[in-house]
Design a protein around this ligand. Structure first.
Ligand SMILES: Nc1ncnc2c1ncn2[C@@H]1O[C@H](COP(=O)(O)OP(=O)(O)OP(=O)(O)O)[C@@H](O)[C@H]1O
Ligand SMILES: [Mg+2]
Length: 258
């Protein structure tokens, strides 16, 4: 079930270092929002505040509010583990559990959630692998280890694992940066399909990718090294790439940055 994200006044720290400052934005359901900006501006940090992963880092601390529809993810009675189930994440490097079979990789999150009958588990694993456009390639070797797949297949396996638990939101941090162009296009097509069901946020350094896959784009930047990153501009992707309102955005997307 796709949900809307509404962030207000969000800052994140590593110890005393403030990595992102006072970010407010919304992410619309059933859409793809791309985060772009130079290295170190806090894209990954901000992404991790959206599923309470930031605080897992020693010294990691967050101020501000993240509403997922009508629930504040930082409310005092909210269980961070439950949040991470609702807001799934796919990482830069595909990280299947290496000794687990393809089937068990997809079923891993479900098994943590409780007991499923074998037949129900089979159905969900098949549906998730189909959803990740991987089923046809692996249906005859579900019991083989996930680590035996190609990089692009492994990344789709991780996406299958993430969607198996039916999250509301899918966060992706540079999911294609370790992949070849063909696998990259496969993932991009998949993102286009997944946005029918999920709210998707993707971090990318690839401007063409942001332009291809996202509906809205957020540009982050830092005033100087050591300063916290800030949200500079968020708008329809088409507008960001054709006629942004802020000069720094224009400079960055046209490669004049730095
Ligand atoms: N574990 C950490 N401990 C301390 N500081 C960190 C940690 N992770 C990131 N930072 C700092 O927080 C700031 C933002 O980093 P972050 O990784 O979020 O940037 P980014 O925009 O994702 O960069 P990139 O495009 O290179 O992935 C940087 O100054 C970085 O050095
Ligand atoms: Mg990053």
């Amino acid at each position: 079930m796709a949900k809307r994200i509404d962030v207000s006044g969000l800052s994140a720290f590593y110890g005393t270092h403030k990595a992102i400052d006072d970010i407010s934005m919304t992410v619309e359901p059933r859409s793809v929002t791309a985060f772009i900006g130079p290295s170190g501006c806090g894209k990954s940090t901000f992404l991790r505040t959206l599923n309470r992963m930031h605080e897992v880092t020693p010294g990691g601390r967050v101020e501000g509010k993240v509403m997922l529809d009508d629930e504040n993810l930082y409310g005092s009675n909210v269980d961070p583990v439950a949040v991470r189930r609702t807001v799934g994440m796919v990482f830069q490097r595909p990280n299947p559990f290496p000794t687990m079979s393809i089937f068990d990789n997809v079923a891993a999150g479900l098994r943590l959630n409780g007991k499923y009958k074998k037949s129900a588990l089979n159905d969900i694993v098949e549906r998730s692998l189909k959803g990740a456009n991987l089923w046809n390639e692996v249906k005859d070797r579900l019991n083989k280890p996930g680590s035996g797949l190609s990089g692009g297949q492994q990344q789709r396996l991780c996406i299958a694992r993430a969607i198996a638990v039916e999250p509301d939101v899918l966060l992706m941090d540079e999911p294609c940066s370790a992949l070849d162009p063909i696998s990259t296009l496969a993932i991009e097509d998949l993102i286009g399909e997944l946005k029918e069901r999920f709210t998707i946020v993707i971090v990318t350094h690839n401007m063409q990718q942001a332009a291809r896959v996202s509906d809205r784009t957020a540009f982050f930047n830092l005033a100087a090294v050591g300063q916290p990153g800030k949200l500079i501009e968020l708008d329809d992707t088409e507008r960001i790439f054709s006629n942004p309102s802020v000069q720094a955005t224009e400079d960055y997307i046209s490669g004049r940055f730095g």
